[in-house]
Design a protein around this ligand. Structure first.
Ligand SMILES: Cc1cc2nc3c(=O)[nH]c(=O)nc-3n(C[C@H](O)[C@H](O)[C@H](O)COP(=O)(O)O)c2cc1C
Length: 165
């Protein structure tokens, strides 16, 4: 089952964490996951994906302007209605707005008719309520890798449960 992670990244953190989600997804039998920056999406692959995760850096406690523009235009081509979606962010500060950015993106997904999921507390530890957040600079972002991999596994498992044969 195809799955995609689509992100905006300027200095590489959001790309790195997106690749960790892909790695978690691909550890689940039956998943074929790839990641794409918003300006170089394989549209056929993304359209065929049953699960799509969106990632953005946090700028002034919101997602980036480029990510907003993407949701208002490019994302419409991905036919999100009925697909399983999720979102993650990277930020500099624990209290810098990471959760707000996730909510921003989940709102866009719901507006386009997508299903949203994270696993929440139902999957046990690590508990990821809305989606994973990687903290850069003020912490070592590499310590967040296991959270992103676990999130990728959970999203893939739910997509296969919902849409697998
Ligand atoms: C213009 C600008 C605004 C930012 N605003 C915030 C912010 O409000 N809160 C925060 O925690 N980090 C903020 N950051 C830090 C970035 O979110 C963080 O470094 C992120 O991991 C960058 O992602 P990237 O490497 O994928 O581009 C800001 C960075 C820039 C360049």
């Amino acid at each position: 089952m195809k799955m995609s992670v689509i992100y905006h990244s300027v200095t590489g953190n959001t790309k790195r964490m997106g690749d960790c989600i892909v790695s978690g997804m691909n550890s689940v039998e039956g998943a074929e996951a790839r990641s794409f920056p918003i300006d170089a999406i394989d549209e056929e692959f993304a359209k065929d994906s049953k699960c799509i995760i969106f990632g953005s850096p946090i700028y002034t406690a919101h997602i980036t302007g480029q990510m907003v523009d993407f949701f208002l235009d490019g994302a419409r081509k991905l036919q999100l209605a009925g697909k399983l979606t999720g979102a993650y962010t990277t930020a500099q500060y624990v209290h810098g707005g990471g959760d707000l950015g996730i909510r921003d993106m989940l709102d866009y997904c719901m507006t386009m008719g997508a299903l949203v999921y994270s696993g929440g507390s139902a999957e046990g530890k690590p508990v990821i309520h809305l989606g994973p957040i990687g903290i850069d600079n003020t912490m070592d972002i590499e310590q967040f890798v296991p959270y992103f991999e676990a999130y990728g596994r959970r999203m893939a498992q739910m997509a296969l449960k919902l849409f697998g044969e």
